[in-house]
Design a protein. Sequence first.
Length: 398
Amino acid sequence: MPQLGESIAEATIVDIKVKPGDEVAVDQEIIDVETNKAVMGVTTPCKGKIEKITAQLKETYPIGSVLGYVEASEADAARFKKQAPPPQTVAEEIPARADQEVKPARQEKVAARDGDGARPGGLPVPATLKGASFVSPRVRARMAELQLTPADLAAITGTGAGNRVTIKDLENFLHKIDNQSVKEASAIRAGVADAMRRSWTRPLSTVGSSVNLDPVLQDRQSRDPKPGPGLYATRALALALAESPTAAAKLIGNRVVQSNSIDVGVAVEAEDGIMVPVIRNAEKTSLADLVKKYQELVDLARKRRISPDMQAGGIATVSNFGTFGVEWGTPIPLPDQTLLLGLGAGKKVPSWDETKKKFVPKTEAQITLSFDHRSIDGGGAARLLKRVVELLEEPSKL
């Protein structure tokens, strides 16, 4: 199989124009192959007689595969001897076809190829690439047809050259899925999946710390209505961003886009997914008003009445995953946001009291800040998180 183009890694046999015993001329088209771009011809390297055609109709072969043999003169055989890939190399590099018969090379037999001369090495797939890290245009076209992404192919063990995924591997994988319990993803599940895929195209990082929640829990008792720890964190993040406006920015192309207001989203679990309604001007919204707005948004989210406009335009989101008993996590910011603050579950831990010279219990939680590393560096993220912790431990400032 010749190299048919820079991005083409395999082709399917659609027509075999000769049979064993036929006399052929140099550069005669003897096999037609099809890629996702066009039908192309495979030509003979020299004149001679067709000794054997090993290729099968409708089968797909990677670049470098031996499709047949030509009985050639000693002069022609000597000319191609050093260029033709050794049979054992082909067998090793194409594990999917290890069961095929590979004949020892003889001087009078030359692998069929195109008329430009054989290419040493043959296979265009780097040996270091594995699985779905390299897919052929044909596989890519099938993926587009089924709305699949490279992440969906991660579980497939490739059997092609360089361990890449072939069209047969993909179809076998799809056949196995069809034999399992399958249902269509809901619109919200598909939306979350798409958002996370787009988010993951950025360089994301996370910094973390611990926070003493006792001041928040004590302050909460004096308030009516009573904010939850997640709303305290929302308010603290909004005030910290207002104090450090450079952190409330997005990098778009080579421009830093500064947010005109501190709009912070709150992650709300809805049926089969997460919705993130945004609280506008959170730095100017009191804790009491936050409680009211938050409850309204939660009710709308759980009824799936949150419009796209109500979820757009935020600079950051707060996720209180501690409500699920989780102590630590690295949540992913939405594609149009720079930051995501995560608050873990509070737990009693011993803390050394220097004045009392003994350990005393305190309620401690882990707090993390995930961020788009293009927009903010580790130092800036660390200072922002430190300020959030300070505000949470002095709730009177909220």
